[in-house]
Ligand binder design. Structure first.
Ligand SMILES: *[C@@H]1O[C@H](CO)[C@@H](O)[C@H](O)[C@H]1NC(C)=O
Length: 358
C-alpha cells in the first residue's frame, strides 16, 4: 500500500514537473522570436526570462498534457492592467521570426495590433499542423500570404486584416476545411477571389474589403450554408450579383459597396427576410428596385445609393417591418419618401439626386 502510494506520488511529481517545465527547444524558439521584436513602452517581453516559459511569460501558455508551448497571445489593444498603467496602447517594431515554426505544438498565434511589426509572414508557418488561430491583425506586414496556407487543416480563424499584404489570395486557401472566420480586409491584395471559395463550408464570416480584388463575386459563396457575413466592399469587383445570394439560409450582412458591379438586383435578395444589412452603394447596378418587400423585411441598413437604378420606388417597401437606414440617393428613381412608421425617421437626403427615369 505504502509502495503504491509512493509510486503514485512519484508519478504525480513527474507530471507536475512536465507541466511546469519548458522544453529547451521551445524556450530557444521563443527567445529567438523575442529577439527580433522591439517593444519599447510596456516591457511585456521582459517577462520572458528564466527557464520556465510556461509560467509567467507574458502571453505564453503551454499544453498541460505535454508541457509544450501551445499559445502565444500578444495583443497591442487590451484591457490588461499593464496597458492601463502605461496609459497607452501597444507598439512594437521588428519582425516575426521564422524561429516560431519550431513550436510545432502551437495552437494559437496572436500577434495583433502592434502597428509597427513590418516583416513578411514566415512561409514556414504553414507547417504548424496544430495551428487553430492565426491572428496577425493591425501590423505592417508586407509580402504575400504564404502559398501553402491551405495545409493548416485545423485552422478556424485566419485574421490578417489591416496590414500591407500584397499578391493574390493563395488558391490553397480553399483547403482550410475548418475555417470559420476569414478576415483579409484592408491590405493590398489583388487578383481574383478563388472561384472554388465555396469549398470553405464551415465559414461564417468572409471579410475581404478594402483590397484591390478583381473578377466577379464567385457564385460558389452561395454554397456556404453557414455564411452570415460577406464583405467584399471597396475592391474592383465587377460582374453581376449571383442571384442565389438571396436564398442563403443565414446570410445577414452583405456589403458589396464601392466596386464595379453591374446588372440588376436579384429579386430574391431583397426578399430574403434574414438579410438585414445590405450595402450595394457606388456600383453600376441598373434596372428597377425589385418589388418584393414584405412584413418579414427588416433592414438595419439598405444602401443602394450611387447606382443607375430607375423606375418607381416600389410600393411594397411600406410593408417592411423596419428600415433603419435607407439610402436611395443618386439614382434615377421616381417617387418619393414612402409614408408610414418604418420611414418616419428618414431624412430627405435618403432620396436626393434622383432624376426620375420611369
Ligand atoms: C455604404 O457604402 C458606401 C460606399 O462604400 C459608404 O460610403 C456608406 O457609408 C455605406 N453605408 C452605410 C449605411 O454604412
Amino acid at each position: 500500500m505504502a509502495m503504491a502510494l509512493a509510486t503514485l506520488f512519484l508519478v504525480f511529481l513527474a507530471f507536475t514537473t512536465v507541466v511546469n517545465s519548458c522544453p529547451p527547444s521551445d524556450r530557444a524558439a521563443l527567445l529567438s522570436f523575442r529577439a527580433s521584436l522591439t517593444e519599447p513602452y510596456l516591457g511585456i517581453l521582459n517577462t520572458w526570462t528564466g527557464s520556465e516559459c510556461c509560467r509567467n511569460w507574458y502571453g505564453v501558455s503551454c499544453d498541460p498534457t505535454n508541457g509544450r508551448v501551445a499559445d502565444i497571445t500578444l495583443r497591442g489593444e487590451s484591457e490588461d492592467p499593464i496597458f492601463e498603467k502605461a496609459g497607452r496602447s501597444g507598439f512594437m517594431t521588428g519582425s516575426i521570426s521564422p524561429s516560431l515554426c519550431n513550436l510545432d505544438r502551437l495552437h494559437t498565434l496572436v500577434v495583433a495590433d502592434w502597428k509597427g511589426i513590418s516583416s513578411e509572414i514566415p512561409a514556414c508557418i504553414t507547417s504548424l499542423p496544430h495551428l487553430r488561430i492565426l491572428d496577425l491583425i493591425g501590423n505592417k506586414l508586407t509580402g504575400p500570404i504564404p502559398a501553402g496556407i491551405g495545409q493548416l487543416s485545423r485552422l478556424t480563424v485566419l485574421n490578417l486584416a489591416d496590414n500591407q499584404l500584397s499578391g493574390s489570395i493563395p488558391p490553397s486557401i480553399v483547403n482550410l476545411g475548418s475555417l470559420m472566420h476569414l478576415d483579409l480586409s484592408n491590405n493590398q491584395l489583388s487578383g481574383e477571389i478563388p472561384t472554388d471559395i465555396g469549398k470553405l463550408s464551415m465559414m461564417s464570416r468572409a471579410l475581404l474589403s478594402r483590397n484591390q480584388l478583381t473578377g466577379s463575386v464567385p457564385s460558389s459563396f452561395t454554397r456556404i450554408n453557414r455564411l452570415a457575413d460577406l464583405d467584399l466592399s471597396m475592391n474592383r469587383i465587377s460582374g453581376s450579383i449571383p442571384p442565389q445570394l438571396g436564398s442563403m439560409p443565414v446570410l445577414s450582412t452583405l456589403n458589396l459597396d464601392s466596386n464595379q458591379i453591374s446588372g440588376e438586383i436579384p429579386a430574391g435578395l431583397l426578399g430574403n427576410g434574414g438579410l438585414n444589412i445590405v450595402n450595394l452603394s457606388r456600383n453600376s447596378i441598373e434596372g428597377r428596385m425589385p418589388d418584393v418587400f414584405c412584413s418579414k423585411s427588416y433592414f438595419s441598413v439598405l444602401d443602394l445609393s450611387y447606382n443607375n437604378l430607375n423606375g418607381w420606388i416600389p410600393k411594397t417597401i411600406s410593408n417592411a417591418r423596419y428600415v433603419g437606414h435607407l439610402d436611395l440617393s443618386h439614382n434615377h428613381l421616381c417617387g418619393s419618401v414612402p409614408l408610414g412608421v418604418p420611414f418616419d425617421h428618414l431624412e430627405a437626403s435618403s432620396f436626393a439626386a434622383n432624376d426620375c427615369k420611369p
